[in-house]
Design a protein around this ligand. Structure first.
Ligand SMILES: C[S@@+](CC[C@H](N)C(=O)[O-])C[C@H]1O[C@@H](n2cnc3c(N)ncnc32)[C@H](O)[C@@H]1O
Length: 274
């Protein structure tokens, strides 16, 4: 498992990520003493449809002042949104040391460091007491995790009774082969795709009750079509997911788009209650 974790960290690693984001802000003549969440929104939400889909997911339940854990939080954009808009006490955990360092610095940059906490750690061994959070949130993380039972059991364990689990994920559809690279995995050995029915079975077996489910596939395809057209016309943006994926951005995004279009992968969001 240690080797897999190291390979996953290497896959996402981008040296000097925070400093690169600052340079890119300065290159756009943004005063770095006055950065807002919207200035960094193109890079701090590493999932299909970025900030837009997180805002949508946040409307699904009453989040006001909730204590929220974002499992596999990346650079922490969703935690900052939940802290600022819903006054949540937002905690993020991620395997990547560099992402956690960047998440903490970005929160300080936009003056949300007193409302967000980011810690490095493994989603399958959460360093929290049982029944700690009102809400557990995760977006585009489980594809990197082979032991789904541990992943969902830990989420269930740290949620309070009556608490909500909110997810937005990439799931496998049908039995066709998936080819790589993908944004979450350069090759097959880092990817552990699950089907919607299998995820539902894990969650139901733990005692979760399904409250909502939304197929986000078409919305994701529409988003990518616009993004690809913009990339063709204007090239990579200063602040975009290309900052995280570098030279492999285009093949990864095009590959994900084609799998969504041919029905080999799907995007789903939803809510379960403990
Ligand atoms: C595609 S990114 C999504 C990040 C974030 N959820 C977002 O939507 O902006 C996947 C994230 O999962 C994290 N991750 C993968 N395996 C993990 C594990 N076992 N424990 C914690 N984080 C993990 C990666 O480090 C990466 O930050």
């Amino acid at each position: 498992m240690e080797n897999l974790h190291q390979d996953i960290e290497n896959h996402y690693f981008k040296e000097g990520l925070y400093e690169d984001i600052i340079t890119r802000l300065e290159e756009q003549d943004i005063d770095v003493s006055k950065v807002s969440r919207s200035d960094i929104a193109g890079v701090d939400e590493f999932h299909v449809r970025g900030a837009e889909v997180s805002k949508e997911l946040a409307t699904r339940i009453d989040l006001k002042e909730a204590s929220v854990l974002d499992v596999g939080c990346g650079l922490g954009g969703p935690c900052r949104m939940l802290a600022e808009v819903y006054h949540c006490k937002a905690t993020g955990i991620d395997l990547s040391h560099e992402y956690i360092r960047t998440a903490n610095k970005l929160s300080k940059l936009v003056n949300l460091d007193d409302k967000t906490t980011f810690i490095q750690g493994d989603a399958t061994q959460l360093p929290f007491e049982d029944n700690t959070f009102d809400v557990v949130w995760t977006q585009h993380v489980q594809m990197n995790i082979p032991n789904k039972k541990e992943f969902y059991s830990e989420i269930h364990r740290v949620l309070k009774d009556g608490g909500h689990f909110l997810f937005y994920d990439i799931l496998k559809k049908g039995d066709g082969e998936v080819s790589y690279p993908m944004p979450w995995a350069s090759s097959k050995n880092l990817s552990f795709l699950l089907k919607t029915e299998e995820m539902d079975d894990f969650l139901t077996a733990l005692g979760f009750i399904k409250e909502q489910s939304t197929d986000q596939t078409q919305a994701g395809i529409d988003f990518f079509d616009v993004l690809v057209a913009r990339l063709k016309e204007f090239g990579p943006p200063k602040i975009g997911l290309n900052v995280l994926m570098g030279e492999t951005t285009k093949p990864k995004l095009m590959n994900l788009l084609s799998h969504l279009k041919m029905g080999a992968l799907e995007l789903k969001s939803g809510v379960y209650k403990k």
